[in-house]
Design a protein around this ligand. Structure first.
Ligand code: GTP
Length: 360
């Protein structure tokens, strides 16, 4: 089985973390996000994987290469201009002969792809869309189905009185190669807004496959932070339950009077000083230093970050090589690479601070 992973979006919602680090390469428990997606596909029988990029994100190929280290075969297809989700797949048509999978490259899920493909084949569908339930469906595109799973209609961002289902498009599809004929060449084209409604209007068999497996779109800072926490708390089958203190990484120096309340993951070469307090879920990237009396609570800290004495970092994401001086305070903030937060500074809660900025 071949699979296509879409990794060519602009990731605007994750700014200021991207594009210095492409979304697919953002660290999740200190390892690139895309690795989880590839491993899951592989474990479900898809090992020939096409990565479609709208610009050459060198970091992805540098890290994953031909995929051998993960036991997969990776191919990179680059669009000369951004083609949209369906356009990107059309652009890879030459490599797609039989039934194939398409995945949004920013979804983390325990969905059973093999079961999804089996359902698609049993229904003799042209396209099958995986569905996931959400608590508040009003901000999403909803998919209504008949009792046998055939799609009845798509509902984009419905008003409260229009909501008839809490099932949304989970960003994983199984497609027959014939549907590619419905995607114009060389044009930006979307699955959600164009191809699927078009197939439905033509009476093609479009099916939906509901699953309540763990699912999250990590494409916003809030969800990215939640994903790390969920994984540390053992909510996904892919990362067996941690729930207690987790410490790993060579060359770490943790002062005996530092207080670590799990689940916390500390990567190699980190230093955690006396009376520093880390409350999980939290992930501390390689080479990071946490100063005396500092507090880190529900955070993802990338590599080579320096957190000064008595500083506070709560509900925040701090990218590579940032420097937080003594006594500064971050609350629900997102810092791009190499941000400096000066002594005692306290950016407004919810701040998004671009790479290289100095905040005083
Ligand atoms: P935002 O700008 O934050 O909405 O991010 P996005 O454009 O990356 O995400 P969106 O949810 O719109 O896209 C879903 C998936 O499709 C993501 O994995 C994107 O990387 C990918 N994607 C979106 N547009 C394109 C495209 O034009 N080409 C390719 N190859 N992939 C795309």
């Amino acid at each position: 089985m071949k699979a296509i992973i879409l990794v060519g979006g602009e990731a605007t919602r994750l700014r200021p973390l991207t594009p210095d680090t492409p979304k697919a390469m953002m660290p999740v428990l200190n390892a690139p996000f895309l690795g989880y997606v590839i491993r899951r596909l592989k474990s479900h029988g898809a090992d020939e994987i096409i990565l479609t990029q709208s610009h050459y994100a060198r970091a992805i190929k540098d890290h994953f290469g031909d995929g051998k280290s993960l036991g997969a075969k990776l191919k990179y297809v680059i669009e000369s201009v951004q083609m949209g989700t369906a356009g990107a797949v059309k652009n890879s048509e030459a490599w797609l002969g039989k039934t194939f999978l398409v995945l949004n490259g920013d979804v983390f899920t325990d969905l059973d792809d093999a079961a999804l493909v089996a359902f698609h084949q049993a229904k003799k569908a042209a396209a099958t869309i995986a569905l996931t339930p959400v608590a508040d469906p009003s901000a999403y595109g909803l998919i209504e189905t008949e009792a046998d799973g055939r799609v009845r209609r798509f509902l984009e961002k419905p008003r409260p009185e229009e909501i008839t289902t809490n099932m949304i498009n989970a960003g994983t599809y199984v497609l027959e190669p014939e549907v590619l004929k419905r995607i114009p060449s060389g044009t930006k084209f979307s699955f959600e807004r164009e191809l699927f409604p078009d197939l439905l209007a033509r009476g093609e068999p479009v099916y939906a496959y509901p699953s309540d497996a763990y699912w999250i779109d990590m494409g916003t800072p809030e969800n990215y932070l939640k994903l790390s926490g969920d994984l540390l708390l053992g909510k996904s089958r892919q990362c067996p339950s941690a729930k207690t203190k987790v410490i790993s990484g060579e060359g770490r120096r943790i002062h005996p009077e530092a207080e670590i309340k799990g689940p916390v993951l500390v990567d190699r070469n980190c230093t955690i000083a006396r009376k520093a307090k880390i409350t999980g879920p939290a992930v501390i990237g390689a080479g990071t230093t946490i100063g005396e009396g500092a507090l880190v609570d529900n955070a993802v800290i990338w590599q080579k970050v320096s957190i000064g004495q008595g500083a506070t970092v709560k509900n925040s994401i701090v990218a590579n090589s940032c420097r937080l001086d003594d006594g500064c305070r971050l609350e629900s903030a997102v810092l791009g690479d190499s941000v400096i937060v000066k002594r005692q500074a306290a950016p407004a809660p919810g701040s998004r601070i671009p790479p290289g900025t100095t905040v005083s």
